[in-house]
Design a binder for this molecule. Structure first.
Ligand code: NAD
Length: 480
């Protein structure tokens, strides 16, 4: 019998174990930290049946919307109460700094507060058709929303989709990632303590190719919300197509920041620190490329190098600047992409390899220059602390380089000349463009991609409408 702490699936309002348990490693030490029940397809069927019962009973959708406001606000308060305990678990299973883990739970609570404010304002319209008709639209929940979550920000990405789905009156089944699934269980605890009806939320941890795929193909799934990599998203879209199940796809990115000649370099360097080294670069909207006007290129490379070499590297519990990557696989993948870039002729200004004297999954902060525009390191997502820098001569060239990948998640512009900054921002491909601060925005601002970065929007008022369907009722009135 294992002595590790055990975490459970949450199905139909109850915590459930399993025949198989998945071991979760601590990325800072490579040692077992805890284990979690591995859900089976039978568990997925049980969760689906519970969610379907909740929908059929109208437990969320038929109540006065003010009741959903109360539930969501209560969930936010319970998350806040659990934050200290939950953040430590997230830090240990994921590797991220403890303060970042805390921030993630604060953001999770904020999603519930934000969408609580909208739960009683999902109003339809009345459409004039003359005296012989009354016509109106209403926004109605979809039913059962299946939500598949990646490992980089498990609680906050879960909250990002769960909160608007519940606000709109849907029941939800969440599939947590195989790596870093533990901290998400605290969100379910918060839902349980807030008194949400049975079956309204369910959490399953299991293999994507088994439980995830089973949920996506399930005849009772009314929606699939997927956040993760492009290849998995494409597979899920093919599966969802079998039943024409509506989907939201939040996929990867290869986002570029453009540094114009008159940019404020302090703002640029602050944004490099946050944009590519935050969460060890494991961020879909990371600033993975920096395109710099040739007149400032050497200066920016030098400053970025000073920054990278000055970062502290160590375990998340000690709040280091750069903490381990989530898994050995991820470390090997990032290191191999750097190696291939150098073999293809690029220069590694600093980093490019793992920290060798530790069993943890630590990657050195890395800067790459001289990469060919059509090379993998310039075109493909690395998902690690690796920044590619490249010079440009004209505004037109910068925009072409920034837009020259198949992705389109976010982009950024650094400039003190407002006209040029806004002109550039309008032409960048992506769902969100940051000006003079990478990751500006918040739970209030819509987020999502174009191209291989996906479709549909999360966050902000707009995301609520990803979780409803429009019904029109047209009434013929008899003449007097
Ligand atoms: P992944 O695609 O490997 O896995 C994501 C989830 O999908 C996991 O829960 C996994 O179990 C599940 N899954 C795998 N195969 C499945 C299948 N056939 N059917 C159903 N579910 C399946 O992604 P990851 O490695 O966990 O996360 C990293 C990726 O996520 C990066 O590409 C990153 O850019 C992307 N991401 C995007 C956003 C965004 O908002 N756009 C946010 C965070 C991460």
């Amino acid at each position: 019998m294992s002595t590790l702490d055990r975490y459970y699936n949450y199905i139909d309002g109850a915590w459930q174990g399993a025949d198989n348990w998945m071991e979760i490693l601590d990325p800072a030490t490579d040692e077992p930290y805890a284990e979690i029940a591995e859900a089976s397809t039978e568990d997925a069927d049980a969760a689906m049946a519970a969610a379907r019962r909740c929908v059929k009973a109208g437990a969320l959708s038929s109540v006065r919307p003010a009741q959903r406001v109360t539930w969501l606000l209560a969930i936010a308060e319970e998350i806040k109460a659990l934050t200290e305990e939950a953040a430590l678990v997230l830090c240990r299973e994921n590797g991220k700094p403890l303060d970042v883990a805390r921030g993630e739970f604060e953001e999770s609570a904020r999603y519930f507060e934000y969408y609580a404010g909208m739960a009683d304002k999902i109003e339809g319209t009345s459409i004039p058709l003359g005296d012989d008709y009354i016509d109106f639209t209403s926004y109605e929940p979809l039913g059962v929303s299946v939500q598949i979550v990646p490992w980089n920000f498990p609680p906050s990405i879960c909250a990002r989709s769960l909160a608007p789905a519940l606000a709109a009156g849907n029941a939800v089944i969440v599939k947590s990632p195989e790596v870093s699934p533990l901290a998400m269980t605290f969100l379910m605890m918060a839902c349980e303590r807030a008194g949400l009806p049975r079956g309204a939320v369910n959490l399953l941890c299991g293999k994507g190719s088994v439980v995830g795929s089973h949920l996506v193909k399930h005849r009772d799934a009314n929606q699939v919300v997927f956040t993760g990599s492009v290849p998995t998203g494409q597979r899920i879209l093919r599966d969802a197509a079998e039943r024409a199940t509506p989907s939201v796809m939040e996929l990867g990115g290869k986002s570029a920041g453009i540094v114009h000649a008159e940019a404020d370099i302090e703002q640029v360097i602050d944004s490099v620190k946050n944009g590519i080294f935050f969460n060890a670069g494991q961020v879909c909207s990371a600033m993975s490329r920096l395109l710099v006007h040739r007149s400032r290129y050497e200066e920016v490379v030098t400053r970025a190098r000073e920054l990278a070499e000055g970062l502290t590297i160590g375990p998340g519990v000690d709040n280091h600047d750069l903490t381990p990557l989530v898994s050995r696989d991820q470390l090997e993948q990032v290191e191999s992409m750097c190696r291939r870039a150098i073999e293809a002729g690029a220069t590694c200004v600093t980093g490019g390899e793992r920290v060798s004297d530790t069993s943890g999954y630590f990657m050195r902060p890395t800067l790459i220059t001289g990469a060919a525009v059509d090379s993998a390191i310039f075109q493909e997502e690395v998902f690690g602390p690796v920044l590619v820098l490249h010079p440009f001569d004209t505004e037109e060239e910068a925009i072409e380089l920034a837009n020259g990948t198949e992705f389109g998640l976010v982009a950024g512009v650094f400039d003190t000349q407002l006209d040029r900054a806004l002109r550039t921002a309008r032409r960048l491909r992506g769902g969100q463009v940051f000006v003079n601060e990478w990751f500006a925005g918040g739970v209030e601002t819509p987020f999502g991609g174009v191209g291989l970065s996906g479709f549909g929007r999360e966050k902000g008022q707009e995301a609520l409408y990803s979780y409803v369907q429009t019904r029109n009722i047209a009434v013929r009135i008899k003449s007097a």
